[in-house]
Design a protein around this ligand. Structure first.
Ligand SMILES: [Zn+2]
Ligand SMILES: [Zn+2]
Length: 253
């Protein structure tokens, strides 16, 4: 993304600034601004030049956001996420894990989240049509795996991971028309949030295991204290950035 493309949040043209201190809308770092958009948004040099994986890490490592829909839209407002492509495969897992961290529900080491981003980035483009596995949908299993510590030989934990991904794939497949990576990611976000609400929070026996027990207890303790994940209202805020937007999509508007 370069300055001449306009603000990634509101598309307003960039205007010169006179070096005043401004906070980057992506990473939150303060900097002396050389320019800002007409609505006052500022993006720091490192975020302007970041590639898709770098911007995901820069935002998700630092953010205090607790709304998963808002955080997903912030990350994918970056110029690296215009159109469609495999860059959408590795956004959702770090977004959901950052939100759970910021709500005090799960504390996954940043290095493990970074490795998950790397693994999800290895899922190739076109995998939805050629393999029946949407890379964005695979984020559902990646999130549950990090929470419950599933391994290839574990029982309930591995099945929970597979159920989460299966639920996401079914949600993606319900939408008519050709692919829209934003639609698939939002369907996965909706399905994964529902999975966390229904199968993890307050039901630690379903997911506890080696490496996951502490997290499960944390989720259960929060639930016992009267906490539950709220139902999620998902809408696409970026349909104007999708040249072949399906318009009739349930997330449209
Ligand atoms: Zn702006
Ligand atoms: Zn920044």
């Amino acid at each position: 993304m370069v300055a001449t493309q306009g603000c990634p949040l509101c598309d307003s043209p960039w205007q010169a600034a006179s070096g005043e201190a401004m906070v980057c809308l992506f990473c939150g770092n303060p900097e002396e601004a050389e320019f800002r958009c007409g609505n006052g948004h500022y993006v720091c040099e490192d975020c302007r030049t970041a590639d898709p994986r770098e911007i995901v890490v820069r935002i998700c490592d630092r953010t205090r956001e607790t709304d998963p829909v808002a955080l997903w839209h912030l990350v994918t407002a970056h110029g690296a996420f215009r159109g469609h492509g495999p860059q959408f495969h590795f956004v959702l897992a770090p977004v959901l894990l950052a939100v759970l961290r910021n709500r005090g529900l799960a504390e996954i080491a940043a290095e493990r989240v970074h490795r998950t981003i790397e693994r999800l980035s290895e899922i190739p483009a076109l995998s939805c049509a050629l393999h029946g596995v949407c890379g964005a949908g695979a984020s559902a299993g990646a999130v549950v795996s990090l929470l419950n510590g599933a391994t290839p030989v574990s029982d309930g934990e591995r099945r929970a991971v597979l159920r989460a991904t299966g639920r996401a794939m079914a949600a993606i497949a319900r939408h008519p028309g050709g692919r829209c990576c934003r639609q698939s990611a939002l369907a996965t976000l909706e399905a994964t949030w529902a999975f966390l609400r229904e199968e993890m929070v307050g039901r630690p026996g379903e997911v506890s295991g080696v490496g996951g027990a502490a997290t499960s207890r944390l989720l259960a303790a929060s639930h016992g204290g009267g906490f539950a994940l709220e139902p999620l209202v998902v809408r696409c805020r970026h349909f104007s950035r999708v040249p072949d937007c399906k318009q009739g999509c349930v997330y449209h508007g």
